[in-house]
Design a protein around this ligand. Structure first.
Ligand code: SF4
Length: 442
């Protein structure tokens, strides 16, 4: 036990990292640590890293420097994707005491006890092929919604991606085990649960216990008002799942579906599991069953071989598609990927130009999607944090709204009418009424 010891966790990257950091933080608290903010001179820093882009690596180095400025005697542990991919590189960073890989991060308490600062940097990272345990996690108390990890790893090996090398093969717990964790989340204050992982549609890896079966079981859980599917591969988003969401009161009409490119030539070079026609079909099926549904798209610009023509194919493809917003990623060379050896490298300034064009297109799409719903009435979950005398929240179909601050609306699901836009493009609402809760019956 470590009474009076303080720990601070800093998380980079995705929802999955946040859910894991939150679970690891609870392990420290169970051990008697007090969880404090980054600048409250903690005794231990845990930095949960990402490695999707070069930048992510740099951020880790900057954070270690910042931590040692706050407390030069602090013990610094690095976990997460960067730690699994380049443990030795991180061990060279001045001030790092421990580096833990994908399967060791959950045993951090064991590894940390009795370790003093400036002893030999301890590096424990199994070979990724040996990483095959699934450890559930969920975020708690950090936000209005809880990120529930239901799956980890990936077997797809898209040519630009290092995640399979950082997180290992696709794996998950049984539906029964997953429901147990979801019921724990249901006891927390979170009204919305975001299903997260690396390739969540691959839950069950094709077994009978698949993502569709899991969704149906989760829908029956009491105490959770809303479920949101964080992101799902188009080839795994089948009609059963779409139809189920269209009839469910709990699964939100919001789909985030990675596309990456609108060009079939590039989709093949990326080793994606579908071509553009399947994506068109998924969007059409969603919009036929849920015309008000929100569809978000991941897209990469500047992938090797993306000529001006290929880029315009993607631009026009997205421009014509009935989708609501884009997440635009600029291709970043990653070691140990197939794409790094490909010809047709796109100059950085050209990548930046294309990224800008797609960001403008995304703003146009989002505005057009929001405009379709002005005057209509939706349910909104208001956040618990005040922003400049306002509370923000999202409708079920992921429209961002704001309301003048009122304590009683914090973390409440309300019925609202979408009134119009304010200067920063957020939607203002009226006729705000708190909706009766779906009380948890134990
Ligand atoms: S599906 Fe492709 S892009 Fe997504 S995590 Fe797996 S390998 Fe990476």
């Amino acid at each position: 036990m470590n009474p009076n010891k303080k720990v601070s966790l800093y998380t980079l990257g995705c929802k999955l990292n946040f859910s894991e950091s939150s679970s690891i933080a609870r392990m420290f608290v169970d051990e008697g640590y007090a969880r404090v903010d980054f600048n409250d001179t903690p005794d231990v820093y845990v930095i949960n890293t990402c490695s999707v882009t070069e930048n992510a690596d740099k951020k880790c180095k900057q954070l270690v420097k910042k931590a040692l400025k706050v407390n030069p005697d602090a013990f610094v542990a690095i976990i997460g994707c960067y730690a699994q991919l380049k443990p030795e590189e991180i061990a060279q960073i001045y001030g790092v005491d421990m580096v833990l890989g994908a399967s060791e991060k959950f045993k951090i308490i064991e590894h940390i006890n009795n370790l003093e600062k400036f002893e030999e940097t301890k590096v424990v990272a199994s070979k990724i092929k040996e990483v095959n345990t699934f450890v559930p996690s969920y975020s708690k108390g950090d936000r209005t919604r809880s990120f529930l990890k239901i799956q980890d790893g990936c077997d797809y090996f898209c040519t630009f991606c290092t995640i399979p090398l950082a997180r290992g093969k696709s794996r998950n717990n049984s539906i029964e085990e997953t429901l147990k964790v979801a019921k724990d989340v249901a006891k927390s204050a979170a009204k919305e649960v975001v299903l997260t992982g690396v390739n969540i549609g691959d839950f069950g890896q094709g077994d009978d216990e698949n993502f569709y079966e899991l969704v149906k079981e989760l829908d029956k859980i009491d105490g959770v008002e809303r479920f949101r599917i964080s992101s799902i591969e188009p080839n795994l988003l089948n009609n059963d799942i779409i139809e189920f969401v269209s009839t469910s009161n709990k699964f939100m009409p919001h789909f985030h579906i990675p596309l990456q490119s609108g060009s079939d030539k590039l989709l093949k070079a990326m080793r994606r599991k579908y071509l553009s026609d399947l994506y068109v079909d998924r969007v059409a099926t969603i919009k036929k069953l849920m015309p008000h549904a929100c569809i978000g798209v991941d897209v990469i610009v500047g992938f090797p071989g993306e000529t001006e023509e290929e880029f315009l194919i993607t631009y026009n493809f997205l421009n014509e598609l009935d989708v609501s917003y884009l997440h635009v990623f600029t291709y970043s060379e990653r070691q140990n990927t197939t794409a790094i050896k490909m010809d047709g490298v796109v100059p950085k300034e050209e990548r930046a130009k294309r990224s800008k064009m797609l960001h403008i297109l995304s703003d146009k799409k989002r505005r057009a999607f929001y405009e379709q719903h002005i005057g209509k009435t939706y349910h909104v979950l208001f956040e618990s944090e005040q922003h400049e005398n306002y509370l923000n929240g999202f409708t079920d179909n992921y429209i961002k709204v704001k309301v003048p601050y009122a304590k009683e609306l914090e973390n409440q699901i309300c019925s609202v009418t979408l009134k119009g836009f304010d200067t920063d493009g957020v939607v203002e609402v009226e006729n705000v009424k708190i909706v009766a809760e779906n009380i948890l019956t134990i």
